[in-house]
Design a protein around this ligand. Structure first.
Ligand SMILES: Nc1ncnc2c1ncn2[C@@H]1O[C@H](COP(=O)(O)OP(=O)(O)O)[C@@H](O)[C@H]1O
Ligand SMILES: [Mg+2]
Length: 468
């Protein structure tokens, strides 16, 4: 008997693709019957040998290309090891090779669309849900983040990472089946997701940023995204060669990979765990935060998928090449990130500093010596929507900003956890405390005695690590 399923991906030990199901010998026959149309390019062109010789070969010694291709193999691995949806986002200026990397990575799975296997960010929420489910347990590639309205970007990324669609009613008021997916996501754009969303005043929670790891497209070798042009004269020609190859040979690698995978899933799972552990052991600095570990773990999983594909003779890369590529990208990520604080806390800290920079004289009323120093100065701005006071601390020879707790919470830390931000300010030495209290007691004009947060003016210096 043939079983019909509405979703691609794993069904017990069988992996269902739109045109065929790949299962261990003797497993039941499964047929894919989607409930509604969804855009996907799970197609095949050319043989595995052709892909290996023409596409796989050119990826070699190019960390971003090897990583993108490894992502193509990593989708089906997620469920095997219980990993949640997430992936990478190549960002950087235009014409560095981002779309090319996506076309190359996608050629592992399929092709035939405008950018091969890749989809566009610009769809309706309904369309995005259907597309996500049509790539369930696989790799979803989304080109050009800028095409999605910056106001919707954070929501769409969250939806994808979250793994399930919204419950809806159909026209006949019957509840529609909720769409579900687990995805390895590969995306590209000139900006990072957080930058794009913030241009519309939206914030991306740290959870999503960690799940969509920002990889700088430029590999820093003067060839944009590429590190080795394999003897081709220019990067432009290399792009042309890659695109041409990936547009002719696609789809065979993932099918060969799945055939090996379903033969002995347990053994594959064991290998993935071992490769992942080795990667983490080698690359995660001691004392790293949870965020750094999670990013390393995601890259470890992608590396493991690439290594498995190499071991099964699919990629043509040397052993260890996929892990090295992921390592290169991880180290670049770490370097660019600069600090090892969690990104939400980092964003909160920067927000406080930015608030004081922007409003230091307009929303903080000068008091004490700070007022005297500006006496007789016609440029003293009028204070509106006062959030607190600023005063001169002559002992430390610096300005202090005194902020009312309510204003701190609701305005300065808007959208952030004010508690976490305070702890961070304290940790970096910018919060003046009164013993156990995060606030100090101050005598203020008009207000009298009040408890306020006291932030040292040193925060305005550029040094993120705090005062010495
Ligand atoms: N690394 C590079 N160096 C120089 N030119 C490049 C590079 N990558 C891409 N280009 C040029 O940009 C065009 C678009 O490439 P594409 O991969 O779509 O870039 P992106 O998506 O980063 O804008 C290519 O046809 C090529 O002419
Ligand atoms: Mg592009």
């Amino acid at each position: 008997m043939v079983r019909c399923v509405a979703r691609v991906g794993w069904h017990a030990d069988t992996y269902v693709l739109p045109d065929r199901a790949i299962g261990p010998e003797g497993s039941e026959e499964i047929l894919y019957q989607p409930a509604h149309d969804a855009c996907h390019y799970w197609r095949v062109s050319g043989t595995l040998d052709e892909w290996r010789a023409q596409v796989g070969r050119l990826c070699s010694v190019n960390s971003r290309l090897v990583l993108a291709a490894s992502c193509g193999f990593a989708g089906p691995i997620l469920k095997l090891v219980g990993a949640e949806s997430g992936g990478i986002h190549f960002h950087g200026v235009t014409s560095t090779g981002k779309t090319t990397a996506l076309v190359v990575g996608g050629s592992v799975c399929g092709g035939g669309g405008n950018a091969g296997f890749a989809q566009t960010w610009r769809t309706t929420i309904n369309g995005l849900e259907a597309t996500a489910e049509a790539h369930n347990d696989g790799t979803l590639i989304l080109d050009e983040l800028a095409q999605v309205d910056s106001r919707d970007a954070a929501e769409k990324a969250y939806l994808l990472a979250n793994g399930q669609g919204k419950a809806r009613m159909t026209r006949t008021i019957a509840a529609r089946r909720k769409l579900l997916w687990t995805l390895l996501i590969v995306s590209s754009g000139e900006l990072t997701l957080a930058e794009h969303a913030s241009s519309a005043g939206k914030q991306v929670k740290g959870g999503v940023e960690v799940r969509l790891i920002n990889i700088e497209a430029d590999a820093g070798r003067g060839f944009g995204l590429f590190e080795n042009l394999h003897g081709v004269e220019s990067a432009e020609q290399f792009v042309h060669l890659l695109k041409q190859a990936a547009q002719h040979c696609y789809g065979a690698p993932i099918r060969a990979f799945l055939e090996c995978l379903v033969k002995d899933r347990t053994a594959a799972e064991r290998k993935v765990r071992a490769l992942r552990a080795a990667f983490l052991h080698e690359n995660v600095p001691s004392g790293a935060t949870g965020e750094v570990k999670r990013v390393a773990d995601r890259l470890a999983l992608i590396a493991a998928a690439g290594e498995l594909a190499t071991e099964w003779g699919i990629t043509g890369w040397s052993v260890g090449e996929a892990a090295e590529a992921a390592q290169r990208c991880f180290l670049d990520w770490l370097k660019r990130r600069g600090t090892t604080g969690a990104s939400d806390v980092e964003a909160g800290f920067r927000q406080v500093r930015a608030f004081i920079v922007a409003n230091g004289s307009s929303r903080f009323q000068a008091t004490g010596n700070a007022a005297h120093t500006t006496e007789g100065n016609d440029d003293v701005p009028v204070v509106r929507e006062r959030v607190g006071f600023r005063r001169w601390n002559s002992r430390n020879e610096e300005i202090e900003y005194l902020i009312f707790p309510d204003a701190f919470k609701e305005q300065v830390c808007k959208g952030q956890s004010s508690r976490a931000v305070l702890q961070e300010l304290d940790k970096r030495g910018f919060l003046v405390r009164d013993g156990q209290n995060m606030t100090i007691k101050a005598r203020l004009p008009e207000v009298g005695s009040a408890r306020v947060y006291c932030i040292r003016g040193a925060i305005l210096g550029g040094d993120d690590a705090g005062p010495a």
